[in-house]
Write a protein that binds this ligand. Structure first.
Ligand SMILES: [Zn+2]
Length: 79
């Protein structure tokens, strides 16, 4: 069986080809035959054919929970 790339709403994806702004991470805003994604670096959104997008995806990043784990420990200032 071929693995199917399934996009879920608000998933964050990394594309093989970065956006002109330099960022390569996008968040999914709408899923359908066309997928609307927004660049996490510059905030611009665009609509892409889903088939095309599936081929352009490098990886799907973990959901927002993981983002919290990644929080930089800036709050830990014990001095
Ligand atoms: Zn961008």
């Amino acid at each position: 069986m071929v693995p199917i790339v399934r996009f879920k709403l608000y998933d964050r994806i990394q594309l093989k080809k970065p956006h002109p702004c330099g960022g390569s991470v996008f968040q999914i805003l709408r899923v359908g035959s066309e997928v609307r994604i927004v660049c996490q670096t510059c905030g611009r959104d665009m609509t892409m054919n889903r088939i095309k997008l599936e081929k352009a995806v490098k990886q799907i990043l973990p959901a927002e929970n993981a983002q919290e784990e990644n929080k930089k420990g800036t709050e830990q200032t014990n001095e």
